[in-house]
Ligand binder design. Structure first.
Ligand SMILES: *Cc1c(COP(=O)(O)O)cnc(C)c1O
Length: 423
């Protein structure tokens, strides 16, 4: 009852009872569990109920909840430095680690993924002196006005505002393309190429559910950007340090000019970052003319948590990613078997430790149209039942689920068994 009560009362004080919409359990018949504690692969709600966690704070918790090294780094740092708004060695140490190990020249830390992507786009516009940007439907890059765009009626038309409060003027320079459509991105460049500052893309989409880019799609974008002098931005806010240490860049072996990070980079605290080639990053204020700032950016406690997280992943990268892949494979195989036996049509998209079960009649889900064809009513029933059985999963069909290094065969087998019970 406490979960119900908290959610009910929260609605009086915070719109929808939440501080970010997807937590609201829209369309589900259960209240969101009010969480009080996390440990390893598990979270606990205020009623004392335990859940194996497949949300992972929407991505950051790849080490599991309350990893002892991360907690220690936060405690130790907070004892001497909560905030300065000044230069610290902590931020230098973290910047060096990321640049040296991921192969970017320079980085700037910000406070969220949204800030990282909108700043990267501003930088690309400043660098190229062009206004237009290209994004793909189904890709989410945060809530900056210029990204809140829906595809217009005709193919290749400019987008229309995807939220109330976004002036059409703010999206008139956003061109919307279809994910994985090689032919269409070629047409977009033929028509607008000289005006395009950048293409921003999730190289493995995680925000329409997991939908990996086809290799030839990313290669074509890379080629077109080179030909037209546009910059390529990989939004690796989810995939950075998740699908491989160097993110999707490592998997596809394609290098963008700019990359954005978030989620894992803060170890669970609010942090984002964007980085790339020195020549481009060097036009950022205070060195150059592109303005971007943040009172809390590079906050010591956050830099310590991020460093502890990323360093631990880096030091154990072979072991961790091999483990996550084998556990992910086991889960995928088990789920496919169960759904087949039960005669329920699903598409399971998975890259390493991120996956989505689409309740979908298509054979494949490769773009937003196909993702949207999923049966959200079945998904909601599924989510509700899985949560009641102690598996904390996303209430929405169009999200990635995550494994952490603290998940084991035990949790995965229970997940599969619970799916079997539900259908
Ligand atoms: C989560 C996410 C963002 C936005 O990050 P916030 O920290 O929520 O602002 C941007 N891009 C991608 C790919 C994301 O998954």
């Amino acid at each position: 009852m406490q979960n119900q009560k908290i959610y009910h009362e929260s609605k009086k004080y915070m719109p929808g009872g939440v501080n970010s919409p997807v937590r609201a359990f829209t369309g589900l018949n259960i209240a969101p569990p009010a969480l009080v504690r996390g440990e390893g692969a598990y979270v606990y709600d205020i009623e004392g109920k335990r859940y194996a966690d497949y949300v992972g704070a929407w991505g950051p918790m790849i080490l599991g909840h309350c990893d002892e090294d991360v907690v220690k780094a936060i405690e130790d740092t907070a004892n001497s430095s909560i905030a300065f708004g000044a230069v610290t060695e902590l931020e230098l140490r973290f910047a060096k680690l990321i640049c040296d190990t991921t192969g970017i020249d320079m980085i700037r830390f910000v406070n969220s993924g949204t800030e990282a992507t909108m700043s990267a786009v501003r930088l690309a516009r400043g660098y190229t002196g062009r206004d237009k940007i290209v994004k793909f439907s189904g890709c989410y890059h945060g809530h900056y006005d210029g990204f809140l765009v829906l595809a217009g009626s005709g193919i290749m038309t400019q987008g229309i505002a995807g939220s109330a409060g976004v002036p059409e003027d703010h999206v008139k320079n956003t061109i919307i393309g279809e994910y994985n459509n090689v032919e269409q991105i070629r047409h977009i460049f033929e028509k607008f190429g000289e005006q395009i500052a950048c293409v921003i893309v999730e190289p493995i989409a995680g925000n329409m559910g997991v939908v990996p880019a086809k290799r030839e799609f990313l290669m074509e974008i890379r080629k077109l950007c080179d030909a037209y002098g546009s910059l390529l931005i990989f939004d690796e806010v989810i995939t950075g340090f998740r699908v491989a240490y160097r993110g999707a860049r490592e998997i596809y072996e394609i290098e963008p000019e700019l990359v954005t990070y978030g989620k894992i980079i803060g170890g669970g605290l609010p942090c984002g970052a964007y980085g790339g080639k020195r020549e481009i990053m060097s036009i950022l204020s205070p060195v150059g003319p592109v303005y971007q700032a943040g009172t809390m950016s590079g906050n010591p406690v956050i830099m310590a948590a991020g460093y502890a997280t990323v360093k631990k992943i880096y030091d154990n990268r072979d072991k961790f990613y091999t483990y996550l892949e084998s556990l992910g494979q086991k889960l995928e195989d088990g789920l496919k078997k169960v759904f087949f036996e039960k005669g329920i049509k699903v598409v399971i998209n998975r890259v390493g430790s991120m996956f989505t079960i689409f309740f979908n009649d298509n054979d494949k889900v490769e773009n937003y149209e196909q993702a949207k064809a999923s049966n959200v009513n079945i998904y909601r029933h599924f989510a509700e039942q899985m949560i009641l059985k102690g598996n904390y999963i996303s209430p929405s069909q169009f999200e990635a689920l995550f494994l952490s290094i603290k998940h084991t065969d035990y949790e995965v087998e229970k997940f599969i068994e619970d799916v079997y019970q539900i259908f």
